[in-house]
Structures are given as structure tokens and as C-alpha cells.
Design a protein around this ligand. Sequence first.
Ligand code: SAM
Length: 180
Amino acid sequence: MIPDEEFIRKESIPITKEEIRAVSIGKLNLDKNDVVVDIGCGSGGMTVEIAKRCKFVYAIDYLDDAIELTKQNLAKFNIKNCQVIKGKAEDILDELEFNKAFIGGTKNIEKIIEILDKKKINHIVANTIVLENAVKIINELENKGYNVEAVNVFISYSKKISSGHMFLAKNPITIIKAVR
Ligand SMILES: C[S@@+](CC[C@H](N)C(=O)[O-])C[C@H]1O[C@@H](n2cnc3c(N)ncnc32)[C@H](O)[C@@H]1O
């Protein structure tokens, strides 16, 4: 995984942290023939990691800053197998051809899952920090016949103090994998 500090950042745009990227990439179980959509690409953290491990990535976000930042990070890491698209995922997904989806942005998630289901996307990984979104995603996917597994990932970072090291906890992230 690329360390967080190597990515170009902007304060207003989140990035999926290195350890969460590692687990999410594992859950995507990427193959060199996979074409993946990254829904809500933010800073491009996941876009870059996915693109390094598959054939092609479509990265979508509705924020200008996220689009710009993702393009900058793709250039920084010399990633060419990616198209960055500005807009709401729910308005764009229908036109794209892909076989796996990573969901990092959950606005209008019901509509997004409906489209992924109709397009017969049978391997989906989603990240969320919001409990209600986790419940919504799990229920929607199970109702559509996916086998769903959810893990809660709690990361603590070590911090040097006078007597040794202590751990500082980050908020937990729910990582949901759905296959069928
Ligand atoms: C937590 S950030 C993603 C961070 C990203 N995975 C990374 O590693 O840099 C979520 C992003 O999803 C975008 N987003 C949320 N819902 C969306 C939707 N329906 N369509 C497009 N973008 C969306 C937000 O604008 C935000 O930039």
C-alpha cells in the first residue's frame, strides 16, 4: 500500500486510509482482467490502488475538487488505465461496462445498488462510517440475493510518549463485501 502521506491531499476531500485501503483491496480480490468502478473517488486513494491491480478503473465523483485531486494522484503515480468522470454515480453507471464495484461514497446508495444489481455486478465492496448506511447497504444487497459479509475495522496508531508508546484510536469503518 502507498503511505497516506505520499498522496497529494486537500483538506476538504477525504482519503481512505492506508490500512482500510489494504483490507478493501483484499475484499475486492482483484484480477488483472477486472474492470472496476470506484464510486466516490475522493482523493483517488482507492482509485490508484485498484488501478495498480486490474485492467481498468472508472473513477466517479460529483465534486470538482475530488476530480482534480484524483487526476493529480493518478499522474503522480503514473497510472494510465483509468478514466475520471465528474457526476453523480447514479447518473453515470448505466453507460459504463465493468465487472466489480468499490463504493466509497454513499449518497443515493439505494439507487446505486439498484443499478449495480440490474447490471449484474456480482462483486461489490463498500466502505462506510455511518451506522445507518451500513444497515441500509447490507439490507439492500441481501434483498437482491447477494451473500453479504461485513467487518468493522478499528485502527489505532502508535504515538510516542515519555514512558513508551500509546495507541490513538481512529473511528471504526465498516467494510461490506457482497458477492453472488
Ligand atoms: C470518503 S470519500 C472517498 C475517499 C476515496 N475512496 C479515497 O481513497 O480517496 C467519498 C467521496 O464520495 C463522493 N460521493 C458520495 N456519493 C456519491 C455519488 N452518489 N456519486 C458520486 N460521488 C459520490 C463524495 O463527493 C466524496 O468525495
